[in-house]
Design a protein around this ligand. Structure first.
Ligand SMILES: [Cu+2]
Length: 160
C-alpha cells in the first residue's frame, strides 16, 4: 500500500468511527420505557382474582408494546381493558395481549381502565405486601418491577 493510500484508509476509518459515535451518542433512538407507581389491589381471601396498576412511560422516539406480564402470586396474568356494553362496564382481555406504548407517551393502568388481571391467586394479598411483576415489552425486553399491595378504598363492591 502506498503512503497516500494508507493515509486515505486511515481517514476513512476515522470517519466511520466518528459516524458510529454520533449514532450511538444521540440516545434518542428506539423506545425508552420506564414503569412507575406499580400497585396491586388487596384481596380479601387467598384465592380468587386481583389486579395490578401502574404508569408506563416511553420517553424514546420509537413505539413499544407490552406483550406479556407474569407474577409469582397468580397462576395467570392477563392484560385487560374495560368496555361499556349495554350500559354495563365489563372487562375483557386486550386484543392479542398487546398494549401499545407510543413514543413519547404515557399509558396509565388504573381502576376502571386497563389493568393487569391476576387470575387464580396463590396467596392473599395484604396491604403492604410486595409483588414482583415481570413485564415483557416487544422491543425493550423484560422488566421486573415491584408492586405494593394497597386497599382499593370506596370501591369494595366494584371489581377491578
Ligand atoms: Cu380484569
Amino acid at each position: 500500500m502506498s503512503k497516500r493510500l494508507a493515509r486515505l484508509a486511515l481517514i476513512v476509518t476515522l470517519g466511520a468511527a466518528i459516524g458510529l459515535l454520533v449514532a450511538c451518542g444521540g440516545g434518542a433512538q428506539g423506545p425508552s420505557v420506564t414503569v412507575s407507581d406499580a400497585w396491586a389491589r388487596s384481596s380479601p381471601t387467598a384465592d380468587g382474582n386481583s389486579a395490578i396498576y401502574m404508569t408506563i412511560k416511553n420517553a424514546g422516539s420509537e413505539a413499544d408494546a407490552l406483550v406479556k406480564a407474569a407474577t409469582s402470586v397468580s397462576n395467570v396474568t392477563e392484560i385487560h381493558e374495560m368496555i361499556m356494553e349495554n350500559q354495563v362496564m365489563k372487562m375483557r382481555p386486550v386484543a392479542g395481549q398487546r398494549l401499545d406504548i407510543p413514543a413519547g407517551g404515557n399509558v396509565e393502568l388504573k381502576p376502571g381502565g386497563v389493568h393487569l388481571m391476576l387470575i387464580g391467586l396463590k396467596q392473599q394479598l395484604k396491604p403492604g405486601d410486595k409483588v414482583d411483576v415481570t413485564l415483557t415489552f416487544e422491543k425493550s425486553g423484560d422488566k421486573t418491577v415491584q408492586a405494593e399491595v394497597r386497599a382499593l378504598e370506596g370501591m369494595e363492591g366494584m371489581q377491578h
